[in-house]
Design a binder for this molecule. Sequence first.
Ligand SMILES: Cc1ncc(COP(=O)(O)O)c(C=O)c1O
Length: 410
Amino acid sequence: MGIVWEKLYARRLEWMTTSVIRDIFKVIQSSDIISMAGGWPEADLFPVEQIQEICHYLLQKMPRESLQYGMTDGFPPLREAIAEYMTQLGIPAKKENIVITSGSQQALDLMGRIFLDEGDSVLVESPTFLGAIQSFKAYGVRFVPLPLDEEGARVELLPELIERYHPKFMYLLPTFQNPTGVTMSLERRHQVIEIAEAMGVPILEDDPYGLLRFAGEPLPPLVALSLARHPRNAQEGAYLEGEVVYLSTFSKTLAPGLRVAWAVCPPELAQQFVMAKQGADLHTNALAQTIAYEFLRRGWLSPQVQRIRDTYLERRNAMCAAIEEYFPPQVRYTRPEGGLFLWVTLPEGMDATELLKEAAQRKVAFVPGSPFFVDGSGANTLRLSFASVPPETIREGIRRLGEVLKAHLG
Ligand SMILES: Cc1ncc(COP(=O)(O)O)c(C=O)c1O
């Protein structure tokens, strides 16, 4: 009788969507287009020679650790090295607090597996990271949008939203947010931790860009503020009590193709991560984990991060200067102090998706902002990435985009 595949799909499939951004990429795939659309880091900054040297060493000295099946929670020396590194950043952690994941993207999905039932609510910043919307959506959840301004998520709105919708957790990107590039102020960081504790709603802090600060003063991650409120953590030098699950990744500092990231959480939750991950992929790629470990052990991460910061600072400056020169004055934009992205707000009534077609004709591309909003708003916004385009090309791209905007705004 043959198979009619679509009659067999699980209900879950109705909730799943493909990335709108990837669909947009199909439209703008052309070698002569200046694309400020992608969220990819600059490939010329990948530490290729160092990784080559490490691979050679690993296959000679540690072939078993690099090629054999490994532990679900990760290569123990890597977990230890990351725990030490987190502790240096003010997040007391031991190996038991660290779970290595296949990219932070997997950690988002595992959070869904562990916490989300159909019909549950998840609070997200509005706009927020598309990959998180995709991951959580697959569990049949409802989103509660929390608006942002130039100081980050508007945490003063939280108590009312929590009372009304009872979200399972709040997904927050306090540092160089994707897509807006905005960073949450210190005052709001303290407030959100107080609210999380008082109202019993955990925070999922996603921090892939925190290390990529190229201007301004560093701010503590939410997890550091949370752990400092519970004296036992510092006493034991480990994460025992707190309100935050913290995620970070080597994707923006080493290379995203390695797919090595980590979660920091209390040991009891780490156990749940392990159970959820076992069924997904047994463990994160062993060779990639040993590469990351060797990179850290040799002390190569800091200089690598510095190279990235220097490059991105130059590119952000080039983008902001070109915007000042070429965009009409009615257009607003953020000036991020780190990360990869800058956010543009056009006057009300304009539609960035429509503009993209005109921009593509002039061989320049960006990502329209509306897919990043869970409530269908944001038609007049767009995201620009300065990470993977050289300064002169950025200038030309912004000039072309300025022409498109001026055609509408005079
Ligand atoms: C906010 C945010 N979270 C998570 C990820 C996924 O990172 P990974 O490559 O570690 O899966 C990204 C990647 O762009 C991101 O921007």
